[in-house]
Design a protein around this ligand. Structure first.
Ligand code: GA4
Length: 326
């Protein structure tokens, strides 16, 4: 009789690139190891068994669907996104465009409640759904950040998560809606022969957690310069390393460049929680990340300074390079 050998304890990989899919129900020490490996190799991973209930996710998905199905003039009442509110096609302040519409919100309950009057006919229902989701996803982000600190042997296990647990954390929340390809107006990139939903960029914050419906479009840029599609799966969440995490880890983690194509015959909806420090927080590498072999790569900066630089540049710019030590 052939006795099957026990399955090796390793991450399942998404086909092709080998992007890690980390099962969060695994034992903690293993999780720390897998998360660190993924952050170093890809600056990106997906998680399953993440503990955020389908109900919490569906409530926000439904709110998003209700909002985006309204006539354009009604949606415009919740805009323009300067920087928060409803936006359509315009991204940021410097001429970037994409084939999408979105709602961008500060991730704090007071500000969400205020905004929700312009977004929904039932503002309490909208803000309740969004606040519950943000609370759940923030806890998940904190858990992941604590496991990173543990895996990197940093003595203060909350060193990263404290930034986003802080009442003054400048985190934000976004719901993106990419219309289906059948819709009339296309934003077609003649060079790449693709319709760009959201152009290439890295996220400026510490960590991003993304949920999407089962419609494809998300791609990440691999270290060899090719784009890899991430198979959509509404049962999983995607986790992205942001620029600030790259600075905090002295370049041990690299923020992942990604983009979204809008080539699907079905509309894509995604929601992102961008975990950010408070504006006045000083971003400097954690001491354990610097040695004689790994010199200090970036000068210290505040999140306020970094954010101002981010908004003064284009979406695809490599803004962290401006903070490199000479
Ligand atoms: C990318 C990540 C988040 O979506 C975001 C984006 C922001 C915006 O849409 O207003 C930015 C973009 C993002 C980076 C460069 C600047 C700012 C648009 C833009 C051109 C909300 C963020 O924090 O940075």
């Amino acid at each position: 009789m052939v006795v099957p050998s026990p399955a090796p304890l390793r991450t399942k990989k998404t086909r092709a690139l080998g992007i890690p899919v980390i099962d969060l129900s695994l034992e903690r020490s293993k999780l720390c190891e897998l998360i660190i490996k993924a952050c170093k190799e890809f600056g990106f991973f997906q998680v399953e068994n993440h503990g955020i209930s389908r109900e919490i996710i569906s409530r926000v998905e439904n709110e998003g669907q209700d909002f985006f199905s309204k006539p354009a003039c009604e949606k415009q009442r919740a805009g323009p996104p300067t920087p928060f509110g409803y936006g359509c096609k315009n991204i940021g302040f410097n001429g970037d465009k994409g084939e999408l519409e979105y709602i961008l919100l500060e991730a704090n309950s007071r500000s969400i409640s205020e905004r929700s009057n312009l977004i929904s006919a039932d503002p309490a229902k909208f803000s309740g759904a969004v606040n519950d989701y943000i609370q759940a996803v923030r806890n998940l982000a904190c858990d992941i950040l604590d496991m990173v600190a543990e895996g990197l042997w940093v003595p203060n296990k909350s060193i990263f998560s404290n930034f986003i647990r802080d009442q003054e954390s400048d985190s934000c929340f976004r719901i993106n809606h990419y219309p289906s390809i059948n819709s009339d107006n296309s934003f077609f990139d003649n060079h790449t022969k693709t319709r760009i939903g959201f152009g290439e960029h890295s996220d400026p914050q510490i960590l991003t957690i993304l949920w999407s419906n089962n419609v494809d479009g998300l791609q990440i840029l691999s270290r060899d310069g090719s784009w890899f599609p991430i198979p959509p799966d509404s049962g999983k969440l995607c986790v992205f390393v942001g620029d600030v995490f790259q600075a905090l880890t002295n370049g041990k983690f690299v923020s992942v460049r990604h983009r979204v194509l809008a080539n699907s015959i079905k509309p894509r909806m995604s929601m992102m929680y961008f975990a950010a420090p408070p504006l006045n927080a000083c971003i400097s590498h954690v001491p354990q990340m610097v040695s004689n072999e790994n010199l200090c790569l970036y000068r210290p900066f505040t999140w306020e300074e970094y954010k101002a630089t981010t908004y003064s540049l284009r979406l695809a710019d490599h803004r962290l390079d401006l903070f490199k030590n000479k």
